[in-house]
Design a protein around this ligand. Structure first.
Ligand code: 0A1
Ligand code: ZN
Length: 880
């Protein structure tokens, strides 16, 4: 395998730069094909820098036109430009201004890193290392500088000129060009730099902060799509108000701008005062966006806004600390969504995501700690471990310290580190110091990879009225970490008596118990509860108080008891999932057949009670109806996985549940028929979610009646949520009518790329032999936009990640299709290629035939020629 360059960066090698830059003045002349960047960097030698120490700036694909120091051009021997740097051999040992002019070609930038053109609009993406593709710089997060940016462009081509900070000047030139000047007074690292130039529509609003500052808000987008931005604007204002209420954090500039672009590698980017978004996370109108899309828009708008404090005001010292800003900001956006909507439902959804993505990552060759200690390609570390596990770790802190204690820690963190580039150690120290607690052991959550497995057994002694609970923890080895330390695991719990009410105890020993939290910090803990009159059923890890895998000795009856009586909604949901998982594991062993009708009856009865009862809102009921996914089951099996047997087992269980609950499902479905005009109010979205969950479950029954019901639901739908729900249910059931409706859907929405993504994604998910050829045909169509990340991910990402049986076809053709796709896309957009390739992180878990096919596809990719560092890194670790 040939790679761009072999290099590994280690955390232990971190050292400050000998020089730093504290002020940047840039003039950017934007023109079709070529843009010219003129930069004045105010450079200061750090104390202790030896005379003659070279100044080394990062650069990538820059054409250098001139270099000067304090206005005097440098001779050819005074500097050297390499493909990745500009070296000034002997800079002055005093403050000076380094002046460079470079030319770049945004139109040719298909990597979408640095300055590029999307659908006519010029925009930037600088995190993590894109700024070096705009100008030579100390392109690392610990160099903080104020920026002044003058943008010049043709006024017709780019009437809108935006950059970070506040607008401080603008004007016209005689040749049809105009300019805008932006000043960002907050020192920031280069990864937060942003510019946008183009002919864009916009919507405007304002927000008054709690201290009375008036902030002008705007969202920019393609002309004609302005109405699609209104929900995002509403979410922005709610986010701003929430951060003031919950954390006392106010916005700090005169303007806050958001721009929606159609070509973007990730979701969105928190550039200071100028957030740039993938348009799929801005646009939301009922006709084209589902309720899930609305939730995502709200969540990501909030996430990027919250970064203004957790990321921008306090940033990361180096990229190893990425989860300092990401884990914390995900935690904050989760809390926002929980406060805005149903907290239990949000928690269940977050845990489902954690299990289906992060637990899988943590159990395979790409496992890494939330704070890694080495990397080859930082772009590959924007992972679910850094984001979602990072958020779980912050959540555990909040669980242990309580809301007030957590807030004290946050306040101290900002007091100490505002305007700085900080580390995970700084973060933890703020919480420890503010609360006078020792968090030395807690930091292992950041340093150790792998999901701890907690095993619980219990016994009750009626004579002495004592209850014993034994907890054991173990974390399997992960790449580079053979030995694991015991973690500090907060176990939120309760004991439930035979009548379903909570039990108290007179005395507990064996581990520290604070209120309803067991502080489980050893390999094994044996707790003894005294004064317990009857055998209790323990409810453990309420609210999923730690990101662990739990095995208990509880029987299916105990689980069903919890499903009925636990005061914690998360554990009521979990109990039913656990029972379903047990049934499914046995069914897989039997080759995809249900083996215990009695247990299926009991599960169906409990599901029916939840459906008809009052112990949860409508969205909670909808989540309860969703059985564990095929990926969840594969994970529970672990090795020698046969995706076909899993698919068959799951289909059989869903069919059985559907048959048993048919009348109840239909009754709820019909009762929720009258939805009234579309609204995003909670009652309305929850009603749609439960109604559609009932429909999905009915369709899983596989009857003609259910298929016709779903077809009618599709055809009469007045919003995208209902239309997609019906279509997805039919597609996943591989109903005969599914292909015709997919065709209809495509015709209806040909002109809307974001809705076409839904079509691409569903087309790739059909659990049918013919899907691979269909996907290949779509991709080969000359009109398919081959450079747009959303289109590529919707089609091939969905095939690889959401069609387990067809991706893992025993003849290996699904695997080969994906590796060949990766090799091709890698030439244009390595980030998209590398991300799609991560679908192979489970390859060693397959049964031998599929495993051999996957290995052979991966090896062919390794031999296929030159791969980017992004893809080579993922491939190397996947095969290691
Ligand atoms: N900081 C952003 C994520 C992001 C990372 C990299 C990107 O381009 C390669 C873009 C966005 C966030 O957390 O939202
Ligand atoms: Zn983020």
């Amino acid at each position: 395998m040939r790679t761009e360059t072999e290099h590994t960066i280690f955390l232990k090698d971190y050292a400050p730069t000998p020089y730093f830059i504290d002020r940047v003045e840039m003039e950017v002349e934007i023109a079709p094909e070529k843009s010219v960047i003129h930069s004045l960097l105010h450079v200061v030698p750090r104390e202790g820098t030896e005379p003659g120490t070279p100044l080394v700036l990062d650069g990538d694909e820059l054409l250098l036109n001139s270099v000067a120091i304090d206005g005097a051009p440098l001779g050819l021997l005074a500097y050297e430009a390499t493909p990745s740097s500009l070296i000034i051999h002997e800079p002055p040992l005093r403050r000076f201004v380094l002046e460079t002019t470079v030319t770049i070609e945004p139109e040719k930038n298909t990597r979408l890193m640095g300055f590029y053109r999307s659908n006519g609009t010029w925009c930037t993406q600088c995190e993590p290392e894109g700024f070096r593709r705009i100008t030579y710089y100390l392109d690392r997060p610990d160099n903080l500088a104020t920026f002044n940016v003058t943008m010049i462009a043709d006024k017709k081509l780019a009437p809108v000129l935006l950059a970070n900070g506040n607008p401080v000047g603008q004007g016209d030139f005689e040749d049809g060009k105009h300019f805008a000047v932006w000043e960002d007074p907050h020192p920031k690292p280069s990864y937060l730099f942003a510019m946008v130039a183009g002919d864009l529509g916009s919507i405007h609003d304002s927000f008054t902060t709690s201290s009375g500052k008036q902030v002008a808000l705007a969202i920019y987008c393609e002309h004609g799509k302005e109405d699609r931005c209104l929900y995002a604007m509403d979410a922005l204002k709610r986010s701003m108000a929430w951060d003031e209420r919950r954390f006392g954090l106010e916005y700090d500039l005169d303007v806050f701008n958001i721009v929606a672009v159609s070509d973007f590698n990730f979701g969105a980017m928190e550039n200071k005062g100028l957030n740039i978004f993938n348009d799929r996370l801005v646009f939301a109108i009922p006709e084209t966006a589902t309720d899930a899309d609305y939730d995502n828009v709200e969540r990501v708008i909030a996430h990027e806004y919250f970064h203004n404090w957790t990321g921008d005001r306090v940033t990361c010292r180096d990229w190893f600390q990425l989860c300092l800003k990401e884990g914390l900001t995900v935690y904050r956006d989760q809390e926002f969504s929980s406060d805005e909507r149903s907290r239990p439902v949000k928690r269940i959804e977050d845990v489902r995501l954690l299990r289906s993505a992060q637990f899988v990552e943590d159990a395979g060759p790409l496992a890494h700690p939330p704070r890694p200690d080495h990397y080859r390609e930082i772009n590959n570390f924007y992972t679910t471990t850094v984001y979602e596990k990072g958020a779980e770790v912050v959540r555990m802190l909040a669980t242990m310290l309580g809301e007030a204690g957590f807030r004290k820690g946050m306040d101290l963190y900002f007091e100490r580190h505002d305007g700085q580039a900080a580390t995970i150690e700084d973060f933890i120290a703020a919480f420890a110091d503010a609360n006078q607690v020792n968090l030395d052991q807690f930091i292992h959550w950041y340093l150790q990879a792998g999901t701890p497995q907690v095993t619980v057994s219990d016994s009750y002694d009626a004579a002495s009225q004592t209850y014993r609970l034994t907890l054991e923890q173990k974390t399997d080895p992960t790449p580079g970490q053979p030995e694991k330390q015991a973690m500090l695991i907060p176990v939120k719990f309760g004991l439930i008596g035979p009548n379903g009410s909570p039990m108290s105890w007179s005395k507990v020993s064996g581990a520290e118990v604070k209120g309803d939290l067991i502080m489980f910090d050893t390999g094994k803990a044996e707790l003894t509860f005294e004064g317990i009159a009857n055998r209790p059923v323990p409810s453990l890890f309420r609210e999923f108080s730690a990101p662990i895998k739990l095995t208990t000795s509880l029987s299916a009856e105990d689980q069903l008891f919890l499903a009925r009586h636990d005061s914690d909604p998360f554990n009521r949901w979990q109990a039913l999932q656990t029972v379903a998982t047990g049934i499914l594991l046995d069914a897989v062993k039997a080759g995809g057949r249900l083996t215990d009708e009695g247990r299926v009856d009991a599960l169906a009865t409990a599901l029916g009670e939840t459906l008809e009862g009052n112990s949860g809102d409508a969205a909670f009921k909808a989540l309860t109806l969703a059985m564990p996914t095929e990926d969840n089951i594969a994970q529970a099996i672990g090795t020698d996985v046969d995706p076909q047997a899993i698919h068959d087992a799951r289909s059989a269980l869903r069919k059985a549940i559907s048959n048993r609950l048919h009348d109840k499902l239909l009754a709820v479905y019909n009762a929720l028929a009258d939805q009234g005009p579309f609204s995003t109010a909670q009652a309305a979205t929850q009603g749609r979610s439960l109604r559609n969950a009932c429909l999905t479950q009915l369709v899983a029954g596989g009857t003609e009646g259910a298929y016709s019901l779903a077809e009618a639901h599709y055809r009469t739908a007045t919003n995208m949520t209902d239309r997609m729900a019906a279509l997805a249910a039919l597609v996943h059931a591989n109903a005969p009518v599914a292909q015709a409706l997919l065709g209809d859907f495509r015709t209806l929405y040909t002109a809307d790329p974001l809705v076409l993504d839904k079509w691409l994604s569903l087309s790739a998910q059909v659990p049918d032999e013919a899907t691979l050829d269909r996907v290949k045909a779509i991709l080969a169509d000359p009109s398919f936009p081959r450079n747009n990340p959303n289109r590529l991910r919707s089609l091939v990402g969905s095939f690889a990640n959401a069609n387990p049986v067809q991706f893992a076809r025993p003849d290996g053709s699904g695997f080969r299709f994906v590796t060949e796709f990766v090799a091709d896309v890698d030439k244009r957009n390595p980030q998209v290629a590398a991300r799609v390739l991560t679908a192979f992180r489970i390859w060693r878990n397959y049964e031998p035939v599929r495993r051999a096919e996957a290995e052979s596809a991966l090896k062919s990719l390794a031999e296929s020629g030159s791969l980017s560092r992004n893809t080579a890194d993922i491939l190397g670790r996947t095969l290691a």
